[in-house]
Write a protein that binds this ligand. Structure first.
Ligand code: ADP
Length: 267
């Protein structure tokens, strides 16, 4: 709480009283604190690959270039780290556009079965590599929805890529669309049989740069922004997103989206 006193002046008599203002600054301070934390995180996330790139480039200059095999490995590391930085900056730009509401939604009527099938198709290579089976199901009578296809594809890609990253070989991923208990809502979920998330981390999992295991996420090429981006896109659709997980059993991420289109007609 911030307490300030403002004196009340009268021309004839001088100060005749005081106005005490008590302001609740907790929210403001929290916001400022999280902004500072975000900037610190971004700097750190960018600095890490840059430091690696610098030291490998120096090693090449200092003679590693002469040894073909070593040189090839070092150039590989530099290229991987550069790609990760590009992913990070792309994610940051996307988040900042979502934050400033400059990316307006372009909603269209979307066939749900096609949309979910195509997510699985986009990842068929990785799925095949890890022998992960996918199952798509759409509730009877639920054919289309009114969504920004590009944006929801981005959400689905982020969820699918996590599901694959954090599921062991031979696992399964279930993509489903159904009506929620509210009927007016569409519920799309991505469920995996992966490593799961410890209970203590669940409340923070949508925070920017929050990862259960930083090293593992980095090794897998993660930026720590996938779920935050997913949440912003779903929010822009007027919906909500939640995550349930049981350690060593699996994770389910569910988005709830309004089924009604702007005019009030059912999509
Ligand atoms: P990242 O790029 O690290 O995957 P995300 O924002 O997409 O960032 O996810 C944040 C963290 O949540 C991940 O680092 C991981 O620890 C955890 N996580 C997300 N999805 C899953 C999942 N399906 N199974 C297990 N852990 C997950």
């Amino acid at each position: 709480l911030r307490l300030t006193f403002n004196p009340i002046h009268r021309r004839e008599t001088g100060i005749v009283g005081m106005i005490a203002v008590i302001q609740d600054v907790t929210e403001q301070e929290k916001l400022e604190q999280s902004r500072k934390q975000f900037v610190a995180n971004v700097s750190h996330e960018l600095r890490t690959p840059l430091t690696t790139i610098k030291s490998y480039a120096e090693a090449l200059q200092d003679g590693a270039l002469e040894e073909e095999q070593l040189a090839e490995r070092f150039v590989g590391v530099i290229s991987n780290e550069t790609e990760r930085m590009i992913r990070l900056v792309t994610d940051l730009l996307h988040l900042s556009r979502l934050d400033s509401n400059t990316s307006s939604l372009r909603k269209q009527r979307i066939n749900l079965h096609d949309m979910l099938d195509e997510v699985a198709d986009r990842f068929s290579f990785q799925l095949h590599q890890k022998s992960i089976q996918t199952y798509v199901s759409v509730e009877r009578g639920l054919k289309t929805a009114w969504l920004d296809r590009d944006q929801i594809d981005q959400v689905l890609d982020n969820l699918m890529s996590n599901a694959i990253k954090y599921t062991l070989d031979g696992g399964a991923i279930y993509l489903s669309a159904k009506r929620s208990a509210l009927i007016s809502d569409l519920q799309i979920s991505v469920q995996d049989t992966g490593i799961g998330i410890p209970r203590k981390d669940l409340s923070k999992i949508f925070e920017r740069f929050y990862r259960v295991d930083k090293a593992r996420s980095r090794n897998m090429g993660g930026t720590g922004l996938g779920l935050s981006i997913a949440r912003e896109i779903v929010k822009a659709h007027g919906g909500s997103i939640s995550l349930d997980s049981v350690l060593n059993e699996g994770t389910t991420v569910t988005m709830n989206l309004p089924l009604l289109q702007e005019g009030g007609d059912r999509a």
